[in-house]
Write a protein that binds this ligand. Structure first.
Ligand code: GLU
Length: 432
């Protein structure tokens, strides 16, 4: 079958069909028909909302931006997923990302389905005032079809707690204008909010930290005893890459390389993520020492134990997969490995911890935030982490056991559990 490399959604569907082929035998009799119907249903999102958002720019001109919200499946609970602001956002991309969110929620067992939204925009081109107007316009667009029991958005690439705060505020105004009151809890409608406005302790670091919990289980399984002997290269130094680097370094792992969109910093003796962030804040660059700079291609090819793509999709492709020398790839970005590259890595014996498992710490802590918002009762940082750690470690252990039991890749093992859980819920509900 010819694969369409350019379509992220085609990639997501192809993964689903591969999993379905392995799961199908366990559904017999009437269940077989229901299983096929469920898989068929899960190929497409339930609905994809699309609009043009008009805002007034600072110079008085009007500009319009294309925006989406894809709601994939809500059998296991309300749709859940982030909103990204990026020039490469497309309908195809949000459809794929919303599908992956459905699996991600099922991986740690949190009671959500999957959704994803986005705006085609480079937020660096906007002033703060324009960014606020655009965020508010987006909140107004989704207001009729989000809510704590319907769809709960959150940050994703280039969106922040501040943006969630503006969206909560706009959503409140929308409810007051249309109903004269709040029929839905506005705080529980968005997660990833600032602490001052109903956010949760630990949410900001949760995606990166969750990946480090996964790494800790991995070390046990691989027989890697001393963190200091484990070298790590990280592509991406945004929220996810930074917190992964920091928590890994704090546990003694040797982070030897980090990169952002402009530069790759390499130091064989190990980096201090905190110092690198301070340099980046001060100078705009990861380092001012050009002798420490290597190319993006060299980063991927480093002879390290763990390679962590923590930026965007399609970082590991057919073109560069054969150059990768790491023993393990931990996918902290969503969809960083193309299906063709995945096969190359598997043939090279490189273990891949899939995105829907590795980066599930973010949405899992979003769930904790939502629970706290619904209760109006807030937990300490330690309490949040004490709930996150066992969920992430159990998910990784389950995937590992399934991989051994079924003799499939870790990605396939993770998907087997997640897709089964969604299919079984669709059958229980009688939706298929
Ligand atoms: N955007 C994050 C992700 O892709 C978090 C989603 C959420 O918290 O709802 O997992």
């Amino acid at each position: 079958m010819k694969k369409k490399q350019s379509s992220a959604h085609a990639h997501a569907v192809e993964q689903l069909l591969q999993v379905a082929a392995l799961l199908r035998d366990s559904y017999v009799g009437d269940k077989e028909v229901q299983f096929d119907a469920a898989i068929n249903k899960l190929r497409e999102p339930d609905q994809v909302h699309e609009t043009e958002l008009q805002i007034t720019m600072d110079d008085g001109t009007e500009k319009s931006f294309t925006a989406y919200r894809s709601q994939h499946d809500n059998a296991r609970g309300p749709y859940k997923g982030g909103i990204r602001f990026h020039p490469n956002v497309s309908k195809d991309e949000v459809m794929a990302l919303s599908t992956w969110m459905t699996w991600k929620s099922a991986v740690t067992g949190i009671p959500y389905g999957g959704s994803k939204g986005g705006i085609i925009v480079d937020p660096r081109d906007l002033s703060m005032a324009e960014l606020q107007r655009l965020s508010r316009a987006y909140a107004r667009f989704v207001a009729p079809f989000v809510g704590p029991w319907v769809d709960v958005p959150a940050p994703d690439v280039n969106t922040t707690g501040q943006i969630m705060a503006w969206m909560v505020d706009e959503y409140e105004q929308y409810q007051q204008e249309t109903m004269g009151t709040f029929s839905e809890n506005p705080l529980a409608t968005f997660t990833g909010k600032p602490l001052e406005l109903g956010g949760s302790q630990g949410r900001e670091e949760a995606t990166g930290l969750g990946g480090v919990y996964v790494l800790e289980i991995l070390c046990k399984k691989m027989g890697w005893k001393k963190p200091n002997d484990v070298t790590i290269a990280i592509q991406g130094f945004g929220n996810v890459g930074y917190w992964f680097a920091l928590h890994a370094a704090e546990r003694g792992f040797k982070v030897v390389a980090v990169s952002d969109s402009k530069q790759v910093l390499y130091d064989a003796t190990g980096l201090s993520p905190r110092d690198v962030l301070a340099t980046k804040k001060r100078t705009g660059s990861l380092t001012e020492d050009s002798s420490q700079v290597i190319s993006a291609e060299e980063l991927l090819a480093l002879d390290v134990d763990v390679l962590v793509p923590a930026a965007l999709e399609n970082a590991i492709t057919l073109e560069n997969a054969s150059t990768i020398n790491a023993k393990v790839v931990i996918e902290m970005a969503n969809g960083p490995t193309t299906p063709e590259a995945d096969i190359v890595l598997e043939n090279k014996g490189i273990l891949v911890v899939p995105d829907v498992l590795a980066n599930a710490g973010g949405v899992t802590t979003s769930y904790f935030e939502w629970v706290q918002n619904l209760q109006g009762y807030y937990w300490s940082h330690a309490e949040v982490l004490s709930k996150l750690e066992p969920l992430m470690k159990q998910a990784m252990t389950d995937a590992w056991d399934m991989q051994e039991l079924k003799q499939v890749s870790l990605r396939m093992a993770t998907y087997l559990k997640a897709v089964k859980s969604v299919v079984d819920t669709l059958i229980l509900r009688g939706r298929v």
